[in-house]
Design a protein around this ligand. Structure first.
Ligand SMILES: NC(=O)c1ccc[n+]([C@@H]2O[C@H](COP(=O)([O-])OP(=O)(O)OC[C@H]3O[C@@H](n4cnc5c(N)ncnc54)[C@H](OP(=O)(O)O)[C@@H]3O)[C@@H](O)[C@H]2O)c1
Length: 403
């Protein structure tokens, strides 16, 4: 199907807001809410999106599905398998437009057509150029009406911020996590920083890692703390059900990435020895004399001054390694550089109820601001207590939002 044909969906697909829902379809938002909840139950499916699907016939849910991990059944296929023959003339509620292409699994639009569902209701259009609009067009060409519940569009995008950002802007979604004391310090003057926060906050960080395609750190953190930066299943605090749902995703570690311009990573660093792939981005000219294990790759990066250019490093993680969601776990230097470059989408701060004193290290190395109008401003989107610590999630305001 050509792109021109795909464009047709805009004319025929019905866009519904909550005000358009008449008595017959008043419960559609409830089913769509359930489809979104199924998508949220999965911690991560990178590079694929998290998707949920609910099949409804009359007032009965006859099938439910969610995408578990790349290479596994898509949400629609799981729901159709559960519904069996009952899928015929059911309404499919899907959090993302059904796919139209054959990737690792067959196209979901075709599976829905074959199962003879009556209608398809979606919460968002897939930004993937291989799908965008084509899934809808394929369904419509087979005589199946497709409805877009626009009030769910943002919620559906929020479930997969990295999937959308990578396709729309060519960059993955970046979360920068820092742990700090009440007085805004991240390490003692001698570099010691383990542990500022308590076990619950550290378990929460394990979840952030598990939902990320890559964890990025700076060489100074590798030298000071010798971290593994891996996901440790026993520290996730998952119930048996959560563990079972996420089993397949959790078998793979996120990519670990070290930014190390002068290639100082010790060959016996723990991060290199733990299972999973490690990429070292460097600007060093000689890389041959490093005798590293096969899971470790040295990548000669674009420079910004003498250091790794952060934007092109992120572009490379997106285009070369299909990373959608990045977690930066570094010290004040790299954290500050990411924030100052405007490359962070979410700052996640764990605040521990302790004071580390004025000679301890500051949260972020950001300097040169001359007036309050130059301050970097955020919108706080979430605050919650995690054990004895507080977690604050903040999103940077754009320049126009600032003023
Ligand atoms: N509280 C927390 O949440 C937390 C988390 C992690 C670490 N820490 C603590 O932070 C301390 C280390 O922090 P740090 O600030 O010294 O180091 P860092 O931020 O971990 O690493 C900074 C290094 O990254 C390299 N780098 C490569 N490209 C860069 C770029 N474009 N911009 C900035 N840096 C780039 C630079 O070294 P080259 O020029 O040699 O490449 C730079 O010195 C340790 O004490 C650690 O315990 C605290």
């Amino acid at each position: 199907m050509s792109c021109t044909q795909a464009g047709l969906y805009k004319e025929s697909m019905k866009i519904l807001s909550n005000n358009d829902l008449d008595a017959d379809i008043l419960d559609w938002p409830v089913y769509m809410g359930q489809a979104l909840e199924l998508a949220r139950n999965v911690i991560g499916t990178s590079p694929n999106p998290r998707v949920g699907c609910v099949l409804v016939k009359g007032s009965d849910i006859v099938g439910q599905g969610w995408h578990v991990a790349a290479g596994q059944d898509h949400a629609e296929v799981m729901a159709l398998k559960e519904a069996g023959k009952a899928a015929e003339s059911a309404i499919a509620f899907v959090s993302l437009e059904p796919c139209s292409h054959t990737g690792c699994t067959g196209p979901c639009a075709e599976a829905l057509i074959k199962a003879k569902v009556a209608q398809v209701v979606i919460a968002s259009i897939d930004p993937n150029p291989a799908v965008s609009g084509e899934g809808v067009a394929k369904l419509e060409a087979a005589g199946i009406n497709v409805f877009h519940l626009v009030e769910f569009d943002q919620a559906a995008r929020d479930i997969n911020p990295g999937y959308f950002k990578l396709r729309e802007q060519g960059l993955p979604y970046v979360r920068c996590k820092m742990a700090m004391s009440l007085d805004g310090r991240t390490a003692l003057a001698n570099g010691e920083s383990q542990w500022i926060t308590g076990p619950s906050a550290r378990s929460d960080v394990q979840k952030l890692r598990a939902m990320s395609s890559a964890v990025v750190t700076g060489i100074e953190t590798v030298l000071a703390d010798d971290p593994s930066l891996n996901v440790r299943l026993d520290e996730l605090g998952f119930s048996e059900l959560e563990m079972a749902r996420n089993e397949l995703t959790l078998t793979e570690q996120p990519l670990r990435v070290i930014l190390d311009s002068k290639l100082r990573t010790p060959t016996d660093a723990k991060i290199l020895a733990s299972p999973g792939l490690v990429k070292i981005f460097t600007t060093a000219e000689t890389t041959e004399d490093k005798n590293l294990a096969t899971n470790v790759e040295i990548i000669v990066a674009d420079k910004s001054g003498q250091r790794v250019n952060l934007r092109s490093m992120l572009e490379s993680l997106g285009s070369d390694f299909a990373c959608t969601d990045i977690l930066v776990e570094a010290g004040a230097t790299l954290g500050g550089a990411f924030i100052q470059s405007g490359l962070v989408d979410e700052l996640i701060l764990y605040i521990a109820p302790k004071l580390l004193g004025s000679d301890a290290k500051a949260l972020l190395d950001i300097s040169g601001l001359q007036s309050m109008s130059e301050s970097i401003n955020f919108d706080i989107v979430d605050i919650r207590k995690v054990g004895n610590d507080i977690r604050v999630t903040a999103k940077p305001l754009t320049t126009s939002e600032n003023h």
